[in-house]
Design a protein around this ligand. Structure first.
Ligand code: SF4
Ligand code: SF4
Length: 502
């Protein structure tokens, strides 16, 4: 870039400029790359510290200043640029600045190249999302059975639309509209499904047909659940925002979302917000949804409380013993019961060619759930047109012996390998207080649902991540009654759900 004679005559050595840019590129790669990784994984941006960005930013500025000094040939002690300004050096300095900034940015992005991998079309295409050999008789399937949703007195489609993966930019509006055409009249949505995209898509799809639909949403923000102790106005505001996105003046049902403690279930502010919204005609009924680990405790508390009109629970074949009696108790109190997670972890990709046992695993699993008369309906994610044919073919049907055989085959396939209950029975075995059930649920979203970005976003928001398993002796091993090898699963989950920053 320069030699000693030039340095002496023109001031700053070019080697200083080169050194400054090398340091800049390294620091930007290191710190901006890490920051970007945390950001794209879906962490709350307000919680990501920006302090580590100060040093690379300052070094970047220094590199730019040194480049300008070098390009203009300033000498120490001179206020004005050299009259012999070299056009060649000016152009070279500009090129060095642009190249240095570009190389720094490239470094930060390159550090997160795996993000491209998890979102690539290639990976999506490799994963079957539907039966590759649909039967002709499935074509044009419609809802044939409507069931009473407890004391709401609504009659809802036995197979209904869960919209966790619906997004306006991925054809969600069209799928939702087609679902209405096929007789689905119950939509389950939430502000945090597809970062509010689900409500937006459903709002557009329902235009002019709102009166045909029973719409359920959640007390929640696009970023996640409202914690216990949120103010009444916060609870009310999130519903107001949902109404705007759904383009409606009311929702039929609002759930307290993903309840894992009785404290959240009975938060007086949530209940007061519901009462006020009900008085204003903006909501009609109250419900709650729950996965685990305290599902039984939460569900029993809700039944005893008496204020909940509907419960939405993870309910699938082979559900643990207490669950069927909970569903029965709820129905006896005239609560509507909505089943979710009915595919028991969606590990059925290996069963897509199961014609020997039954037509379709998904249909067998739905029929098993709907055989329980206490269940009002099940919700399942439709996000492709073929799902309407495949899933709705099970509407109104009861399981056959072939279906039971297929479900048994499924259980054999996943036995001892897969956390499908998310029951939390292992939690006490972890000295690090890792939410093993959540970690493995998000792994399921990534690996089986193929909803990679959403899984990473949810995982990023956990208080503790499974990097704590590295170096742990694994006292949790053997604590799962279903034989899940927890340490291997959680470590694998961490690799899957993060960009593994150094
Ligand atoms: S690993 Fe086993 S014990 Fe732990 S949540 Fe999953 S199924 Fe339950
Ligand atoms: S391996 Fe992980 S989940 Fe198991 S006890 Fe250790 S930290 Fe907890």
């Amino acid at each position: 870039m320069t030699d000693s004679s030039e340095r002496n005559s023109r001031g700053l050595s070019g080697w200083w400029v080169i050194a400054a840019w090398v340091v800049t590129i390294f620091l930007v790669w290191l710190r901006y790359g890490a920051w970007l990784g945390i950001r794209v994984e879906g962490n709350d941006p307000t919680l990501i510290p920006t302090g580590p960005l100060i040093l690379p930013t300052l070094v970047l500025i220094v590199a730019l200043v040194l480049t300008v000094i070098w390009a203009r040939g300033w000498r120490r002690g001179r206020a004005e640029p050299s009259p012999g300004l070299s056009r060649r050096r000016f152009l070279l300095g500009t090129a060095v600045s642009v190249g240095g900034v570009a190389a720094s940015a490239f470094g930060a992005f390159a550090r997160n190249y795996r993000w491209l991998t998890v979102t690539s079309r290639n990976i999506q295409a490799e994963t079957p999302q539907k039966d590759p050999n649909p039967l002709a008789e499935w074509e044009g399937s419609r809802v044939v059975e409507y069931r009473r949703l407890g004391r709401t007195e609504a009659r809802v489609s036995d197979i209904s639309l869960g919209s966790g993966r619906i997004h306006p930019e991925r054809g969600g509006e069209e799928v939702a509209r087609a679902a209405i055409d096929r007789g689905i009249n119950y939509f389950d949505t939430s502000p945090d499904y597809s970062a509010a995209g689900s409500e937006t898509a459903l709002g557009r799809a329902m235009k002019g047909r709102r009166d045909q639909m029973f719409v359920a949403t959640k007390f929640c923000t696009p970023r996640g659940d409202l914690p216990a102790g949120s103010s009444v106005s916060q609870y009310m505001e999130v519903v107001e925002e949902s109404l705007k996105r759904l383009q409606t003046d009311h929702v039929d049902l609002v759930h307290i979302h993903a309840v894992n403690t009785v404290t959240r279930l009975l938060d007086p502010n949530a209940h007061e917000a519901f009462e006020r919204l009900k008085e204003q005609g903006k909501v009609r009924f109250l419900g709650f949804s729950s996965h685990t680990p305290n599902l039984e405790q939460v569900a029993n508390a809700a039944i005893d409380d008496g204020r909940f009109d509907v419960m939405m629970l993870a309910y699938h074949h082979g559900a643990w013993p207490g669950l069927a009696s909970i569903v029965e108790r709820a129905a006896a109190q005239d609560m509507g019961v909505v089943a979710m997670k009915t595919l028991k972890g969606a590990k059925h990709r290996g069963l897509l060619e199961s014609r020997a046992e039954a037509d379709s695993y998904t249909q067998a699993a739905f029929k098993w759930v709907l055989a329980d008369p206490s269940v009002s309906c099940l919700v399942i994610s439709f996000f492709e047109a073929q799902h309407l044919d495949e899933y709705l073919f099970a509407s109104g049907k009861r399981p056959t012996s072939q279906d039971h055989a297929l479900l048994q085959k499924y259980d054999q396939l996943i036995a001892g390998r897969h956390c499908f209950q998310h029951c939390g029975a292992c939690l006490d075995a972890c000295p690090e207080n890792l939410a093993i059930d959540d970690v493995l649920r998000y792994r399921m979203y990534f690996e089986d649902y193929r909803d990679e970005k959403e899984a990473m976003r949810l995982y990023a928001r956990l208080d503790r991540q499974a990097d704590v398993c590295t170096g742990c002796s694994g006292p949790c091993l053997g604590s799962c009654p279903h034989g899940v090898p927890i340490p291997a699963q959680t470590k694998g989950a961490h690799r899957m759900l993060t960009l593994e920053r150094a």
